[in-house]
Design a protein around this ligand. Sequence first.
Ligand code: F6P
Length: 527
Amino acid sequence: MWDDVKNLASRTDGRRIEDLFDDAGRAADFSTSALGMLFDYSKTQLDAPIRDALIALAQNTGVEARRAAMFAGEKINETEDRAVLHTALRNLDGGPVLVDGQDVMPAVLATLDQMAAVADEIRASTITDVVNIGIGGSDLGPAMAARALSPYHDGPRCHFVSNVDAADISDVLRGCDPATTMFIVASKTFTTIETMTNARTAKDWLDHHGIGSDGRFVALSSNAGKAAEWGIPPERVLGFEDWVGGRYSMWGPIGLSLMVAIGPQAFRAFLRGAQDMDRHFCAAPLHENMPVLLALVGLWHNQVLGYTTRAVLPYDNRLGRLPAYLQQLEMESNGKGVSMDGADLTVPSGPVVWGEPGTNGQHAFYQLIHQGTRVVPVEFMVAAGGHEPDLKHHHALLVANCLAQSEALMTGRSLDEALDIIRAKGLTGAELDRQARHRVFPGNRPSTTLLYAQLTPEVFGKIIALYEHRVFVEGVILGINSYDQWGVELGKELATKLGPLVEGKEPADDKDGSTRQLIDYVLTYAG
Ligand code: F6P
């Protein structure tokens, strides 16, 4: 199946993307509009035969059947024997969702109401600062979302502490008043060492200031038992089921900090946007299906053309944490070496995802994207309008820069054009040629652009659900289980064993020479 697509890669030999626009209908033909958003993938090497082959690949690898299985609550996370139903968390009016024959929706909707009650209580209280303590999916989602939706904040200030580095919690607590601060301990397992260490430090901080923990902690977890052991009463524990993966969890209780910041109504709008994308994903034919097309473009670049990284460049400063969020979403989901049945993958696993908001990145790493020897496919995104009506000229500049970058990546600048520019500066002879060569842009570099009207809660929900489903489609086509993360375990186990060694409580004799040397240094200089 892959061969059918790979065999088409030679169609791109010597072909320039810009020449594909000789077909006047290309922009419209290689774009898809849905839910008020426009996804333009025309500035890539995809042509009709390549797209058809990619769509056939999706069909032949069972994307549609797997999609139906996911939404139906089947246990598609086979290595953990779990359903994958983050979509149920935003199924506001979508009817029953069965897991093991039981409709989970009454509990999901009741938890949403419970979240709203807790959020309203906090918002109406004298609490001025809420600190979410969590890591990975229990941090990146809500932290990224809280920043994305900052124009909608009308609640207490929200802070996020994730790192076990004491610097993180210390820096946050320094700006908080213990009398008016409360903590949300977000951990699906309630065993994650970083989160539990930070939560303990928060408790000690309140105790130290004579406040105590009563009413100051809320737990968000699938492990009610552990939260109770930790001393959080059941009515302050918002639970969710094991069929919500950590990196897919901000739609439910893990999103509480966001709900506190923007209020339950705006949070529901965020869920509604995601539900709209779920419906589009389930109903739209594959050639118009935005998550499917985004996935196919990704596979074309990564697995077929061998571009090993993918840059996500939001021209939206409030999406500044989106690349980090997508790193977890995509790399923890599709960074696997074996397929569902345990066989080695025959194509590379998912790409390295990275990025920064534009225009900042332009003044940092775009040099390599334009002139480096490696091709980096770029995913741009930008809103047609901003949230600052008095500063529309900023937004126009932002949009112009975004469009300029995709155009520059595609068209580049030839040696002749560069020579003309340098000649105009008065240079001649060998120096003219030498200088001009530095000003050549190879162009022919692929990018996609996602446009949306404005980054409202609803639109933001659509964008995140779009990326979630993209990861799903890529995972199915790769034959990967996108919903486990065994690759994070080994480091955690070793860290637990190394703890006493770096404190000098146990000898490091059985460690390799490098690790022993590093420990020696730490023990010498730790102070
Ligand atoms: O170590 C990886 C991971 O398990 C992520 O998948 C998860 O989002 C994160 O740790 C945090 O886990 P928890 O919510 O259980 O604290």
